[in-house]
Design a binder for this molecule. Structure first.
Ligand SMILES: Cc1ncc(COP(=O)(O)O)c(C=O)c1O
Length: 415
């Protein structure tokens, strides 16, 4: 059958005339296919899913009750545009109480988002001209870079490795890139490495941004999911508000991925530009959801409870993986455990399987051990295990972790 004329109308940014014709299978699709094949080969078996990137539980009942109440209020029914004061004030209060960022003006320095993904897709329109560079960490969450490229921008990747403590080496940026760079995007606690930033690093980022006239976008999607101490906000560093924005979200911190609500805070001019583009992009999140999100930001103890659960699971998973030879160390936060992938696996009978990269290991783990993970081959071969696996309670968590241990028991990994 000949192509519909529509095939010739696609924009180059999504592949032009070749849109939809690529035969490349992307990572997450490969994982899905391997899961399906593993289930078909072992009907009824339990796949242990350590690959999920979102919470395993619902929002807390009091948040659902708040949504219900707010949804019944007639004044919440319409377009919310750039939002009312409720979430703005809760966000400013949260940043002050939880993150030690005093004095943000909720009127001018805070604006809601329909999740951080939406904000990361909107901001490039406000900042990126054709030819501009954006500096992104890799491995990482690519949305800002994807949209920057849609606008003709170029992405310069900064590798995160164990050697650099998963903090980008700002000095490594070639001068020709730096002179055309406009934006630095960072994310801590980090997906996928689980690494936390340090105050010194953020201080260096502020100085670097001022020296090279960069905007800094700190994606704090996992902000308060820390296993010790207080969350570290980029905005708590002196001068941060002169150079950038921080993005917070209820998705991971309050088990609300499907609700789509967060906020952008920081530099007034940047908040205003974000608001202008946002206003031409969406009509705002439902006010009932915004008000339920405000309730969350006024109740940070919810995140503390969630973080305590992940911390407990993380300790258990680290022990299990260490016994199997992985160089697993408990991260500072998030729900991700990032470990170097093995180069080979030797089964008890002596059968040896060699792996070319992390993707091979991940495929082997799902097909041979029915354990799902996410491979990252962007800066070395690594696997991401997530502690958002399904388990009813702490004793069920222990059962799942014992099951992982027993499935890996008959294998020796070579690194
Ligand atoms: C680093 C990072 N940023 C942003 C997001 C998206 O968050 P939200 O649900 O608020 O859009 C994710 C989701 O996986 C993420 O990992």
């Amino acid at each position: 059958m000949s192509d519909s004329y529509i095939q010739n109308l696609f924009a180059d940014r999504i592949g032009g005339k070749s849109y939809g014709k690529s035969t490349v299978i992307y990572k997450f699709e490969k994982i899905k296919r391997a899961r399906r094949a593993a289930l078909a080969a072992h009907p009824g078996a339990e796949i242990i899913d350590l690959g999920v990137g979102e919470p395993d539980e619902m929002a807390f009942p009091e948040v659902v009750a708040k949504l219900h109440h707010e949804a019944l209020q007639p004044e919440n029914r319409g377009y919310s545009d750039n939002g009312d004061q409720v979430l703005k004030e809760a966000a400013a209060g949260y940043l002050e109480k939880v993150c030690g960022v005093p004095g943000l003006n909720p009127e001018t320095e805070v604006l809601h988002s329909i999740g951080s993904k939406a904000a990361l897709s909107i901001l490039p329109a406000a900042l990126v001209n054709p030819g501009d560079y954006v500096l992104m960490t890799t491995p990482g969450y690519p949305v800002f870079g994807t949209h920057a490229a849609y606008y003709g921008g170029r992405v310069h990747n900064l590798p995160l490795t164990e050697a650099n403590h998963y903090l980008p080496d700002l000095e490594s940026i070639p001068p020709a890139v730096l002179s055309q760079a406009k934006v630095l995007v960072i994310n801590y606690p980090n997906n996928p490495t689980g690494a936390g930033a340090t105050r010194e690093f953020f201080t260096r980022v502020v100085a670097f941004a001022k020296e090279h006239r960069l905007v800094v976008i700190h994606d704090a999607a996992y902000a308060a999911l820390v296993f010790a101490g207080k969350p570290l906000s980029f905005l708590s560093v002196p001068g941060a508000k002169d150079v950038g924005l921080e993005l917070h979200s209820t998705s991971k911190s309050f088990n609300m991925t499907g609700w789509r609500c967060g906020f952008v805070a920081g530099n007034e001019l940047l908040v205003s530009a974000y608001g202008d583009v946002k206003d031409n992009t969406d009509s705002g999140q439902f006010l009932a959801i915004q008000h339920a999100a405000a309730y969350c930001f006024n109740h940070p103890e919810i995140t503390e409870k969630i973080a305590a659960k992940y911390s407990r699971r993380m300790s258990g998973l680290v022990d299990v993986l260490k016994k199997s030879g992985f160089n697993a160390r408990k991260p500072q936060g998030s729900f991700f455990l990032y470990v170097a992938a093995p180069r080979a696996a030797v089964a008890r009978g002596g059968r040896r399987v060699e792996f070319q990269n992390a993707e091979d290991v991940s495929q082997w783990l799902i097909s041979e051990k029915l354990i799902s993970t996410v491979p990252w081959d962007n800066a070395g071969a690594n696997l991401r295990f997530s502690v958002t696996f399904l388990a009813k309670d702490p004793s069920d968590e222990e059962r799942v972790l014992r099951e992982v241990a027993s499935r890996l028991e008959d294998v020796t990994f070579e690194f």
